[in-house]
Unconditional design. Structure first.
Length: 143
């Protein structure tokens, strides 16, 4: 049984995308891989809609599969609890992203960007009821 679990974890390990926390890294990867960037501003330990979005959209297998093939994911998290506090460098990176893309402090805020950081689409709050609906929005961004 353990062997079966191990084999499944290897087989599906490439499907789950990683969330980056550095926009420069994301831009480099997006250019290299010809992908768009999905930037999400979240309050992981205090923002109810952010937590809902993580559970019902980002953690869904359909989103993970699509994202692994088409997106570079960036999370700018702003936790409030002391135990979840980010280090100074990460806090500064997130604040710089907020200064550029989220001046009014909306949570959650999700942006679809090109590899140069140009905003292609912006969603305030939870953009869709589920992962399937959000994927439709991602695949057909408003012009």
């Amino acid at each position: 049984m353990q062997l079966l679990i191990f084999l499944f974890s290897i087989l599906f390990s490439g499907i789950t995308p990683s969330w980056l926390t550095d926009m420069n890294q994301a831009a480099t990867a997006a250019k290299k891989e010809n992908k768009l960037i999905l930037l999400n501003f979240s309050g992981s330990d205090w923002c109810g809609p952010c937590i809902k979005m993580e559970k019902e959209i980002f953690a869904h297998a359909a989103f993970e599969e699509y994202a692994a093939k088409n997106l570079v994911l960036v999370n700018a998290d702003f936790p409030r609890l002391k135990k979840n506090r980010l280090n100074e460098k990460q806090t500064a990176l997130n604040e710089a992203l907020a200064d550029k893309y989220n001046k009014t402090g909306i949570f959650p805020l999700t942006l679809l960007l090109d590899a140069n950081g140009k905003v292609l689409q912006k969603w305030e709050g939870v953009p869709a009821a589920n992962a399937t609906s959000f994927l439709t929005l991602l695949k057909n961004p408003a012009k």
